[in-house]
Design a protein around this ligand. Structure first.
Ligand code: NDP
Length: 338
């Protein structure tokens, strides 16, 4: 297999603030050889996700950072080229976690076979994969939306936010989305069927959000933090639930947060409004995975839940696409066709 070339993108340096293209390096390497129990994979699609910004940093987090010179990590859909594992044969399509590269070996035990006839294989990285599951488990377990309640979510055109709003509506709640720019807002309203969508870049964003939530907010699914949180916070109702899923507005921050310390104000509201604020990492809810897979597939088939993918062609474009993801340049689940 030495004649094949493994194209891979490694972490060249740790960014301070916004990542730069030079923080990544494109390399050519020999294609690895599968040992007993392993398979050799040709990567077809790579998922780009906001959490990867955390892996570029050394700051203490729930997962170890990518080392300098190491291949950037990430979820992938791949084709089996060679198999030394009894459950896989050449041509099988699998979900793996092979990172930003064109070829990889993986232990058969870490792979999930995909059925291309059941759903487009890219959905294993989006609506039927980790982001869809994040929305499902975080919203239903922590958010617990009830009929007639108001659910607010930002990054509403992305894979997590779009599923949160649509599941909220399936449960009979009102979904209010927040997105950047009129094109995304119109799409979230018209295609995902949210009841209202507000552009967070509008100068009167906070007033518009208040007007879109006349009964206050019962569930705020936190994806972004920053000024969206500031606008949402005064609108929270007594007993509101806040699944804290992500804080993408601050992933590129260097740690100096502007403005006065809001913690005493926040804590007073947590107490007097009996708020529930709970952070989570989706894998904590792994026991719900079978229910998710069944329900989500049914909602998609029934047309109750729609999704949008943003597919970029070429592994070499992954750094630029990833940098754009943190600034809202993607429009839907960001995937690289390797
Ligand atoms: P998206 O595809 O929605 O991409 C991120 C979006 O965030 C951008 O498109 C942009 O949308 C929005 N955004 C960026 N900066 C800002 C800002 N300053 N203010 C408002 N919006 C901003 O991402 P995902 O759906 O994959 O992820 C959404 C969130 O969920 C992220 O915070 C991610 O880290 C988190 N997450 C958490 C998991 C967990 O286990 N806890 C698992 C998976 C995801 P726009 O143009 O609309 O502003």
């Amino acid at each position: 297999m030495a004649q094949l070339d493994n194209l891979r993108i490694v972490l060249a340096s740790r960014p301070a603030g916004r990542p730069r293209p030079g923080d990544f390096r494109l390399e050519h390497a020999a294609v690895p050889t599968a040992a007993e129990g392993q398979v050799l994979l040709r990567i077809l699609y790579l998922s780009l996700d906001p959490y990867m910004r955390g892996r570029m940093s050394e700051a203490k987090s729930y997962a170890a950072p990518v080392a300098i010179g190491q291949v950037m990590e990430g979820g992938t859909v791949a084709e089996v080229l060679e198999s030394r594992h009894p459950s896989f044969k050449p041509g099988d399509i699998v979900l793996s976690h092979s990172g930003w590269q064109s070829h990889a070996v993986a232990d058969g035990a870490h792979l999930r076979k995909l059925d291309p006839a059941a759903a487009p294989i890219t959905t294993a990285l989006g609506v039927l994969g980790m982001p869809g599951f994040t929305a499902y488990a975080g919203l239903l377990t922590i958010g617990q939306p009830k009929a007639g309640e108001t659910v607010v979510v930002a990054a509403a055109s992305g894979p997590v936010g779009s599923a949160v709003g649509q599941i909220a509506r399936i449960k009979g709640a009102r979904a209010v989305g927040i997105a950047g720019g009129e094109t995304k807002c119109a799409f979230v309203r018209e295609t995902f069927g949210f009841d209202a969508v507000i552009d967070h870049r509008a100068p009167d964003f906070a007033e518009k959000l208040a007007a879109a939530c006349p009964q206050g907010i019962d569930v705020y699914f936190e994806n972004v933090g920053g000024k969206v949180w500031d606008a949402v916070f005064p609108l929270l109702n007594t007993f509101a639930r806040i699944p804290v899923c992500g804080l993408v507005a601050q992933y590129n921050s260097t740690g100096d947060f502007a403005g006065p310390d809001q913690l005493p104000v926040v804590m007073r509201q947590v107490l007097t409004k009996s708020l529930t604020i709970r952070g989570f990492i989706q894998r904590e809810f792994v026991a719900q995975r079978p229910a998710f897979e069944q329900e989500m597939a049914r909602w998609i088939t029934d047309g109750a839940l729609k999704y949008k993918e943003d597919i970029v062609a070429g592994l070499d474009r992954a750094p630029e696409a990833f940098i754009g993801l943190l600034e809202g340049k993607n429009f839907g689940k960001l995937i690289v066709k390797v």
